[in-house]
Design a protein around this ligand. Sequence first.
Ligand code: MN
Length: 230
Amino acid sequence: MTASFPFPPALPVTLAIVGSDQRFPVRRIYCIGRNYAEHAREMGVAGDAAAPVFFLKPGDSAVALPGPVRYPPATADLHHEVELVLALAAGGSDLDETQAGAAIFGHAIGLDLTRRDLQSAAKALRQPWDTGKSFEQAAPVGPIQPVAHGHYFDRGEISLEVNGQVRQRGDLAQMLLSPAQVIVALSRLYTLAPGDLVFTGTPAGVGPLQRGDTFSARIQGLAPVHGSIV
Ligand code: MN
């Protein structure tokens, strides 16, 4: 018997897959914080590979780039964090590094948008980060570039320009936990599944975005993605 609903159940946000007519359906969005030492320092903390910081964004906070991104409510300090995003086509718990690498379907470029004022207030009060990190369109993501089975990026330049000015620039090799190590650590906390996205942290240089800004995000080996704040 087919279930009936009082209203149509929500469909997942989907992302383009480079070279394919198929779409990638987004399930959960996992994020690691403080995965680049220099960014951890600019936030006034130390990065610690042995004690990674994780948080989640709702799956429906993903929004496909290129395109406009709405400036969220309740903030006067929306920050950009350009990040390598891993798109998973497999999952499970307690994965080893080989299994974690094999779970990666592809890479994308994403922005971990942050209401920094709300996050800072929450930190000061020792409250959760949710309102700072989780909101509508908090996770703009470009098209997913599939990778060969078991392969993933662990080096290469990552950068973000806002209105033509370089704001963030780093190298994926600076990550404290590699992509596979991030997935291993997540899989000890959560049961990962196909459709999950993993934001792998941001290099130094985070800063504010305003309505009307345009941005271009780049990761070596991926096509640049562009967007605007509206
Ligand atoms: Mn981040």
